[in-house]
Design a protein around this ligand. Structure first.
Ligand code: NAD
Length: 319
């Protein structure tokens, strides 16, 4: 059975991936600095001898080097995923995303680890002229976060070609579900729990996105992994539809059982929420569907289910 390193394995998507890999009998090593990851996301593996959880910061090349030792494949999910942060603190994304990815690739090269799966993002496309956008469209990021993901993809491409490392790049849309603790859906829940009468919406509410439930995203990840085609390959991972931020607000309010909520819009520039926020993005998933994958949920359903998952988690802490 294979041994995987999951970087950021105590985070939202990473911890679901750990669940999935262990359920298939894999040995899994998690490395996380717990900056946004939480021990409770992986605590249920405490007595599983096939799971090892290490605390360490991958900005330190020695940590990267130690982590990759003895593994067959690196699932690289560690990053700072907050797009908004890059507007005010661009160096965070440079360090947490680009430097960390470089450290890992170097560690892999030196230790002869020959496979990497990378959690990239739809933000590499920037504002595509047509949506849904397919994998062969140019990367034209408009945020430093998107640029950092594009830089990581390019580094991975070079290492793949130079050193024969098998690389799978997965460009996720907005992933939602249990354990999510950032992004618009979580933000709306927290605001509405504080004030059930009013909801501040960053932007004019017409921004378009697609939302994928985390189980669909993990299934897509495994389908892409289990069906290798090229030494370096790229897939979009998203649901098949897209909705506006106003529709997300409506779904969250409905799922929380609220009524008569007043929207307060905070638009900047051309109606987006912050500089670097993309107005319209949706991903073409035909390439992934050719492998037989189908998402089970559409965007609205995914958001509604995620709201009920997260509310359930938040309530259980309070009990
Ligand atoms: P998350 O914040 O829950 O997970 C990231 C994890 O990485 C956290 O556990 C954090 O503690 C860890 N981490 C950060 N910096 C680290 C470092 N220097 N060393 C070690 N660990 C570190 O976020 P997520 O939503 O689970 O995102 C996982 C990956 O997927 C990220 O690369 C993100 O950019 C990407 N992604 C997420 C989404 C989404 O909608 N959630 C969409 C597209 C891409």
């Amino acid at each position: 059975m294979k041994k995987a390193l999951v970087t950021g394995g105590a985070g939202f998507i990473g911890s679901h991936l750990v669940d999935r890999l262990t359920s298939k009998g894999w040995y899994v090593k998690v490395i996380d600095n717990f900056s946004s990851g939480r021990l409770e996301n992986v605590e249920h593996h405490r007595s599983n001898l096939r799971v090892e959880v290490l605390k360490g910061d991958l900005k330190d090349s020695r940590v990267a080097e130690e982590s990759v030792k003895g593994v067959d494949v690196v699932f690289h999910y560690a990053a700072n995923p907050e797009v908004r942060v890059s507007t005010t603190n661009p160096e965070i994304h440079f360090n947490e995303n680009i430097v960390v990815t470089f450290n890992l690739l170097e560690a892999m090269r030196k230790n002869d680890v020959r496979e990497i799966v990378f959690a990239s993002s739809s933000s590499v496309y920037g504002e595509p002229e047509v949506i849904p956008v397919s994998e062969d469209a140019p990367m034209r990021p408009i945020s430093v976060y998107g640029a950092s993901k594009a830089a990581c993809e390019n580094l991975i491409h070079a290492y793949s070609k130079l050193y024969g490392i098998k690389a799978l790049v997965l460009r996720y849309a907005n992933v939602v579900g249990p354990r999510l603790r950032h992004g618009v859906v979580y933000d709306f829940i927290i605001k509405l729990r504080r004030n059930a009468k009013e909801l501040e919406i960053l932007g004019d509410g017409t921004q378009v996105r697609s939302y994928i439930y985390v189980y669909d995203a993990i299934e897509a990840t495994m389908v892409a992994y289990d069906n290798p085609r090229e030494l370096f390959d790229v897939y979009n991972i998203a649901s098949e539809d897209w909705i506006t931020v106003n529709e997300v607000a409506k779904a969250v309010i409905y799922a929380m059982g609220l009524r008569s909520v007043r929207y307060v819009y905070k638009p900047v520039l051309h109606g987006v929420g912050w500089p670097g926020d993309v107005k319209r993005i949706a991903l073409d998933v035909r390439k992934l569907k050719e492998l037989g994958w189908r998402p089970r949920m559409r965007s609205r359903e995914a958001v509604a289910k995620a709201v009920s998952d997260i509310l359930h988690e938040l309530k259980s802490y309070e009990e």
